[in-house]
Design a protein around this ligand. Structure first.
Ligand SMILES: [Cu+2]
Length: 472
């Protein structure tokens, strides 16, 4: 560790000291990165002592109506908060669907502003993608209908009306969208109670305990956090292997996940499903909208002990796993998959994420198409920024493969392998990805590229592009 940074750390209290401990077993560059974020984010508040609150697991969506409106949510510890919720569920009900099935909900809302739902990570035709031009007023409805035809993964859903996405997501409108397939089934991964969806986000409450959205141009900064809509949560677990399906559901906050017992995660997948090979890793960084598929092993934890899922940047202890007596020795064999590698791009496009509101010098305009992409051709897209990062860059309509990061952190991380739909761009960085729009349904559609720091997106850091029809 560099002396200069260590000296800074000493004044930062317990969270930073813990981080120093953590950093001793991390790689040099990741250590530097974690420290940088900690210095930026400031000291986290000290962890609360018992009692913590039971973690909420949202019910499954049963199909039919999906309604967004105001709701009084029990966020734990006897606190009731006014939030906005899908179907009176905070977070929204979990959509679970198998590859090949049709998904056809009707969306309605009773919000003051227009709304429309985007299924983040779903490869669907343009009318089902929740483009902001389809946003509509309360009292009307929008019928979705598409067939799920992509790999098993954790996606999510949230509103996407231009200028209001940050508020609507922050007030609670988000939920998990889990795709199952035969490849996943064959792996016999931990399931049922042993598979835990975790939507982790920061949040602020007003004096009455209601959710409070105060946007800042640099991105919303919540004073505390929620996991599945629960403050200071715990969950009772067996001495067994668990599968954690994590979504960073924050508007702007970046998390640096680790475990309090210094155990490694088995990172088996991310935005677009399983990695080619799993990776054993102690520290993982996730920016808004990024997903992680992790295995954690509590078999060697003593009964009665607790393990904390922590955020190294804020010092928050996000979730307490209370480990019980029951031992389930079943092992989970190494997880691997097949990733078809993209190569030989037909052309290169450059995108500069400028300030807090522009891409290539332009604010978003609903009806302007900024570029056209031929169907089924691999392209190289290069992202740079001239300040005001971090910018988590998100693309609709296709997944991409991250090729390189130059400048800034100057490396790719294990959680950026495989298929991604969101990649973190920091100041001074040039990130190169390969992308191919090859899902038949996306032909002829208008899709979005935008910063997933929702305040940047709402201010205009977003662009339309059109996928052309296959040439006949
Ligand atoms: Cu941004």
């Amino acid at each position: 560790m560099k002396r200069r940074k260590f000296v800074k750390n000493v004044s930062m209290g317990i969270a930073a000291l813990e981080l120093g401990l953590l950093a001793s077993c991390a790689t040099d560059s990741l250590e530097e990165e974690l420290l940088d974020y900690t210095l930026k984010a400031g000291k986290g508040k000290p962890p609360k002592t018992n009692p913590r609150n039971p973690l909420r697991i949202p019910n499954l969506f049963s199909g039919g109506q999906l309604h967004a409106g105001e709701y009084l949510a029990d966020v734990g510890g006897g606190q009731t908060s006014r939030v906005w919720a899908f179907n009176d569920s905070f977070p929204g009900p979990t959509i679970e669907i198998s590859r090949g099935e049709i998904f056809s909900p009707t969306f309605q809302h009773s919000l003051q502003d227009k709304s429309i739902v985007h299924w983040h990570g779903m490869l669907v035709d343009h009318e089902n993608d929740g483009h902001p031009k389809f946003a509509f007023d309360s009292g009307k409805q929008y019928d979705y209908n598409f067939t799920v035809n992509q790999r098993a993964t954790l996606n999510w859903y949230h509103p996407h009306p231009h200028g209001k996405t940050g508020e609507q997501v922050n007030m609670g409108l988000a939920g998990a969208f889990i795709i199952r397939d035969q490849e996943e089934q064959a792996k016999q991964l931990p399931a049922g109670d042993y598979e835990i969806p975790l939507i982790i986000r920061d949040v602020s409450f007003d004096r009455q305990g209601n959710l409070e959205y105060k946007p800042r141009s640099g991105g919303f900064v919540g004073k505390t956090f929620l996991v599945n809509g629960t403050t200071e949560p715990f969950i009772e677990v067996d001495r067994a292997v668990y599968r954690l399906r994590i979504l960073n559901g924050s508007n702007a906050r970046i998390f640096g996940f680790n475990l309090s017992n210094n155990d490694s995660f088995r990172l088996i997948g991310n935005d677009g499903g399983f990695l080619e090979n799993e990776v054993s890793i102690e520290n993982i960084v996730a920016s808004p909208a990024e997903r992680l598929d992790l295995l954690v092993d509590f078999r060697n934890v003593a009964a009665g002990e607790s393990v904390m899922l922590r955020d190294a940047f804020s010092g928050w202890e996000l979730l307490e796993f209370k480990v019980g007596n029951k031992l389930i020795t079943t092992d989970v064999p190494a997880v691997s998959s097949t990733i078809q590698t993209l190569g030989n791009p037909a052309r290169t496009r450059n995108f500069s994420f400028d300030g807090m509101s522009k891409i290539n010098g332009q604010l978003y305009e609903m009806d302007r198409i900024d570029w056209e992409v031929p169907f089924n051709e691999t392209e190289e897209w290069i992202f740079t920024t001239n300040g005001n990062a971090p910018h988590p860059v998100h693309i609709h309509g296709a997944y991409f493969q991250v090729q390189s990061r130059e400048g800034g952190r100057n490396q790719l991380f294990p959680w950026e392998r495989g298929w991604k739909d969101t990649v973190l761009l920091e100041d001074g960085e040039t990130v190169r990805v390969l992308i191919k729009f090859d899902t038949p349904e996306v032909q002829g559609g208008t899709y979005l590229m935008h910063c997933h720091k929702l305040e940047h997106e709402d201010m205009g850091m977003m662009a339309n592009f059109k996928v052309l029809n296959a040439s006949v």
